[in-house]
Design a protein around this ligand. Structure first.
Ligand code: ADP
Ligand code: MG
Length: 363
């Protein structure tokens, strides 16, 4: 047991040096060990594959609603007014758009955020809904065939359509789009080259998710997943016999991070995600997922080598020190040599562990 700790300690102290250099924080030896066995990585989309700072790209006031409250300024005024209380990046983007375009935000009387759907509130005597299709369905807001067509067009461009309804009528669509992080595509390719299955789990619109997944060359997409269901999807992957790592940044990813064999949080993510994860990527770079898997494999290999050497020295050394050779007419072991052999075993284990300093992260 002592020997085992010794081997692990030596390799893991090097690992800590290594971590700070690569910006990968591994919270426990156990997580480090599990990471090397991972054969499936599930990514959250917003804020993980993408930057998580969406921007408004299109604002469409729907024709049949135009005579009521459909004018673009009104549409944004209501939507941004209600989103002022939201903490979701989609909400921020709409408020920012209003500010940038000098559109006055309507005052709000009540506000409620619905996880995975959007926001609901009252403003200027109107019931306002801003969110996705699920939110519209939950409030029985009708979406015409024409509107569905328009929404589809926006979604296949990788934009997230945000529905805006006033008093139960769909009055407009605001499209928001988020930029993919520069290294995401290369990182996903790297993982696939390592024979790791890659999947995407997101609360976003099905078609938007597929558009981004196609750019990233990800075949397995789970879209329109409610925050509470993300963990269930991870469990499904595990039931297929996979060792799953989940990478995410949001509060809604926390249960999935806990469910996964290894939870990985993006360094810029929410505190809840950082708390729930086993590994934190300080540079928010997905390439570090591949680096962490490789680092884990090399560290575990190093620990095993160290174990072999430390054990080997002792298996040979202790019987000799006990006088094994003397029984067969050989010499007794001079304590000076015994001490030297003892130190030598430490030196060999330590030098082997230090080889990990030459570990090269992927870039
Ligand atoms: P994700 O972070 O994976 O996109 P969420 O569960 O946070 O998932 O959100 C799911 C979807 O719900 C979003 O893609 C968006 O369409 C909608 N949504 C959530 N919050 C808001 C909001 N404040 N305003 C508008 N839409 C929202
Ligand atoms: Mg996210």
């Amino acid at each position: 047991m002592d020997i085992l700790c010794w081997g692990f300690m030596k390799a893991s102290s090097v690992r800590i040096l290594q971590n700070s250099k690569n910006g990968v924080i591994i919270k426990s030896g156990d997580a480090l060990e599990r990471m090397g066995k991972v054969d499936c990585v599930a990514f959250d989309k917003t804020g993980t594959i993408t930057e998580g700072r969406p921007r408004v790209t299109d604002v469409v006031a729907l024709e049949d609603a135009a005579e009521n409250n459909g004018a673009v300024a009104d549409l944004i005024g209501y939507a941004a007014g209600i989103e002022r209380g939201s903490e979701h990046p989609v909400g921020f983007s709409i408020v920012q758009y209003a500010i940038n375009n000098d559109i006055a935000l309507k005052s709000i009387d009540s506000f409620e955020a619905v996880a995975g759907q959007g926001v609901v509130g009252e403003s200027d005597g109107h019931a306002v809904l801003v969110g996705n299709e699920k939110l519209m369905q939950a409030h029985n807001v009708a979406v015409s065939t024409n509107d569905t067509h328009l929404i589809g067009e926006l979604a296949i461009q990788g934009k997230t359509p945000v529905y805006v309804a006033l008093d139960g009528t769909l009055v407009g669509i605001i499209a928001v789009a988020d930029v993919v992080k520069p290294t995401s595509q290369a990182a996903i390719k790297q993982l696939k080259d390592m024979n790791i299955h890659v999947a995407m789990i997101t609360g976003d619109n099905e078609r938007t998710a597929h558009a981004i997944a196609a750019q990233m060359d990800i075949a397995e997409v789970m879209a329109e997943v409610l925050p509470q269901d993300k963990a269930a999807h991870i469990k499904k992957l595990q039931e297929q016999g996979r060792k799953v790592a989940m990478v995410g940044d949001g509060i809604n990813d926390a249960p999935a991070l806990v469910q996964a064999d290894v939870g990985i949080a993006i360094g810029t993510g929410t505190d809840v995600a950082l708390e729930s994860a086993d590994i934190v990527l300080m540079q928010s770079d997905l390439m570090d997922v591949a680096t962490a898997i490789n680092l884990s494999k090399q560290t575990i290999r190093n620990v095993k080598q160290n174990l072999f050497w430390a054990f080997g020295y002792n298996v040979a050394g202790i019987p000799i020190a006990c006088g094994l050779l003397y029984i067969f007419g050989g010499p007794l072991l001079n304590p000076m040599f015994a001490a030297a052999a003892m130190s030598l075993s430490s030196v060999s284990v330590l030098s082997n562990a230090l080889r990990l300093r030459r570990f090269k992260p992927y870039s």
